[in-house]
Design a protein around this ligand. Structure first.
Ligand code: ZN
Length: 726
């Protein structure tokens, strides 16, 4: 797929009417300034799904989903960013001008296209071998039948077979004109001294699909009992396949997952296929024991509710407990299901009816924290030291849960299960949370790999806090840092909405400055950085856009505003010439006119400037950034709606100068607070050291005092509100 050039993207976005786009999927009725309908993202009977034509956004007031037309298509129809744009272009008859790509880009693009083509060909080849050759039928097809897989599933998952001789695929591919280079790159053939040969010889083939249904990789299982050969051969990482960002079966399962708002996670290909065959279709496999952040993010697009199925193998369970912490940290609701001894999902599905399996799941799935507690407690009930270790382990898992309410609930449960006082547990949890916060990387790491795919594989021993990439959900922070992050969020939200808006309006561009300029200079003066990597990234991008792409838009806004002013003046002067009576009258009327013209100028300018940052971020190509931007921007829209319903409350825009300076001041206040906390900790540590140096401690105490002074100064300026704020 070629790249769409930026101008075309803008034209598509400009032409898009969100009411029309959403209206193709949801029936909408006009209600006041907005349109209302039943939310397509959750089940509801009374409509709480609102679409604002003017703002180009949708928002569900029940489930909280919200965003632009582009994100609507991406979320509902599982389109990629590019697919959504192309869909809109088609709808609005906009011809797509594919941007002239640089040589490197073109190479990368054609490389991807060639890989996709050769993979698609190979999938067809393997299917054909399975169905239409003697060896394919006698060995491959016979194997699947023996495992209880029917023809419908073979077709649905496009299962195949690779002949057990040197170069069947290679020759077929070469005869169709595919180049060796891409066959090698896709891992379909390999190089030996004697030349190229098929890599999957004598194996049954499981194609791996992308979410949109393209074959991007293969897994091949050997059927002979040759111990020297690997049981599985899998595709290497390629530009179209990043193992850690894919889930086996998601393409086939995605609709069922969305519909049931729940996903069942199993381990292997056969587990997925057998469950599908039984009629349980919301099943995917991580293809291995370790789950990655990339896979979790992918799932999160479809549901928050995961049930992990385990075979009753104690070693396997212990090894994978830690991996689950990652899911918890991503705010997933995790349940765990243990199968009867000796069963795996494949065998269990094959030997039971649909009702039996469904009933078993319903009766036996338990939340992860209870499960973990129970597993760890086994055999150590009477050993106080080991029991203490269990408490720590369980608290560590609870500590990564971002949601406070859920944490409290887990503490209650654990207290019951372990027979330990709830308050004692809560206190210890606070310490674990602080420990997690300490380990968590801040902006430094985000800096070194800004665009790196989240591929950190989760091994059983890896600490989730260390491997976790910046997340959308609130990371676990100390209370001071949490408040600081809230302040950062407030500033980022205002920036997303008003970055280019002039907050100190002057008559000429030189006299005024934008909200962004104000914030940037304030932060720079006090050397304040964002602690949340994602907020920092958005801030950096806003700065970059302001210095680049948005310049034209700002200039256009001024031209437009100038035109409005000129038109008002022209028409006004004309009127004055016709109607004025005497010089004094002319003077009064001209003064009035100048005011009117200014008002028109600023209103036009404001509206145009306000749109620049908003539209860029609501249609941002990065999923995470766009989601956060939509959430923040849409949240404000909801508030203003409620306020203005009854009475004119000063709008956020009207109060912007005050709001911005307050937000910046609150951030500074939080920064001082965290400096105080750090200084106090240092003093405490130094005082308790055996070789404490009184002079140094004295100096630190003096520092601390001046920090307290600065803090009270800020508190005064901010009023009492901040002091009582949580
Ligand atoms: Zn909803």
């Amino acid at each position: 797929m070629k790249r769409i050039d930026r101008e075309t993207v803008q034209r598509i976005l400009d032409a898009t009417d969100i009411v029309e786009v959403v209206g193709d999927f949801v029936s909408l009725r006009k209600r006041g300034a907005n349109y209302l309908g039943l939310c397509p993202f959750h089940n509801e009977r009374t409509p709480s799904f609102a679409v604002s034509k003017a703002k180009g956004i949708f928002k569900c007031f029940s489930c909280g989903k919200g965003g632009s037309a582009v994100s609507f298509l991406m979320d509902l129809e599982n389109m990629s960013y590019n697919e959504a744009l192309r869909y809109l272009a088609k709808k609005y008859n906009i011809e797509i001008v594919d941007r002239e790509m640089t040589d490197t880009e073109r190479e990368a693009e054609t490389e991807r296209e060639s890989l996709i083509a050769v993979l698609a060909f190979a999938a067809g080849h393997f299917e054909h071998i399975l169905a239409d050759t003697e060896e394919g039928r006698d060995v491959g097809y016979a194997y699947f039948r023996e495992r209880g897989i029917n023809d419908r599933m073979i077709k649905k998952f496009r299962l195949g077979y690779s002949l057990d001789r040197g170069d069947s695929l290679l020759r077929d591919a070469q005869s169709k004109g595919f180049s060796d280079k891409f066959l090698l790159m896709a891992g379909l053939v390999a190089q030996s001294d004697r030349g190229l040969y098929d890599r999957y010889r004598g194996r049954v083939i499981y194609p791996i699909f992308s979410v949109s249904g393209r074959v991007i990789a293969f897994g091949g299982r050997i059927l002979s009992s040759d111990k020297k050969k690997a049981k599985y051969v899998n595709s290497p990482e390629t530009p179209v396949y990043h193992k850690s960002n894919e889930l086996y079966g998601l393409y086939q399962a995605r609709q069922a997952i969305s519909k049931q708002d729940k996903c069942i996670l199993v381990e292997g290909y056969m587990d997925v296929i057998s469950m599908h065959q039984l009629g349980i279709e919301n099943v995917v496999a991580s293809s291995g024991t370790s789950l990655t952040i990339g896979q979790i993010r992918l799932l999160h697009r479809f549901t928050k509710n995961i049930t992990v199925i385990y075979d009753a193998d104690p070693a396997g369970i212990h090894a994978s407990l830690r991996g689950i912490d990652l899911l918890l940290a991503e705010e997933m609701n995790i349940r765990v299901l243990l199968l009867p001894p000796g069963e795996d999902p494949d065998s269990f599905a094959q030997s039971h009816s649909l009702t039996e399996v469904e009933e078993y799941i319903a009766a036996h799935e338990v939340d992860f924290i209870s499960f973990k507690t129970r597993i760890l407690l086994e055999g150590v009930e009477n050993d106080p030291i080991k029991r203490a270790g269990v408490v720590t382990e369980v608290l560590r898992s609870i500590a990564v849960v971002p949601n406070e309410v859920m944490r409290a609930e887990y503490v209650r449960q654990t207290s019951r299960m372990l027979g330990i006082d709830e308050r004692t547990l809560a206190l210890r949890l606070t310490k674990e949370i602080a420990a997690v916060a300490e380990k968590r990387p801040y902006s430094d790491e985000a800096d070194t790999q800004p665009d790196a795919p989240a591929t950190a594989a989760v091994s059983a021993t890896a600490s989730p806090a260390v491997t976790a990439q910046p997340v959308v959900s609130a990371p676990i922070l100390t209370s001071v840092d949490r408040r600081r992050r809230q302040c950062e969020q407030a500033i980022v939200r205002l920036l997303l909405k008003y970055a280019m808006v002039q907050i100190n309006a002057g008559d000429t561009p030189d006299e005024s400055f934008s909200m962004l300029e104000f914030v940037a200079s304030e932060l720079e003066t006090d050397e304040i950085d964002f602690i949340d990597p994602l907020f920092r990234r958005i801030f950096d991008e806003v700065v970059a856009f302001a210095g680049g792409e948005w310049k034209d838009a700002v200039a256009n806004a001024r031209v437009k505003a100038d035109e409005v002013r000129r038109r008002i003046l022209e028409e006004g002067h004309e009127k004055i010439r016709r109607e004025a009576e005497g010089l004094a009258d002319i003077e009064i009327r001209e003064a009035q006119l100048a005011e009117e013209a200014d008002a028109g100028y600023f209103a036009t300018l404001d509206e145009a400037l306000e749109n620049i940052s908003e539209s860029t971020f609501l249609s941002h190509p990065d999923d995470t950034v766009r989601r956060v931007a939509s959430d923040l921007i849409v949240e404000k829209y909801q508030l203003s709606k409620i306020h203005t319903k009854y009475v004119h409350v000063a709008t956020e825009r009207e109060m912007l100068p005050e709001l911005v300076s307050r937000a910046v001041m609150e951030l500074k206040y939080c920064v001082i607070d965290s400096e105080i906390a750090a200084a106090q900790a240092l003093i405490k540590a130094m005082s308790s050291a055996p070789d404490a140096d009184p002079a140094k401690i004295q100096a630190l105490v003096a520092d601390l005092q001046s920090l307290f002074q600065a803090k009270s100064l800020f508190a005064k300026r901010l009023g009492d509100r901040i002091v009582t704020q949580k």
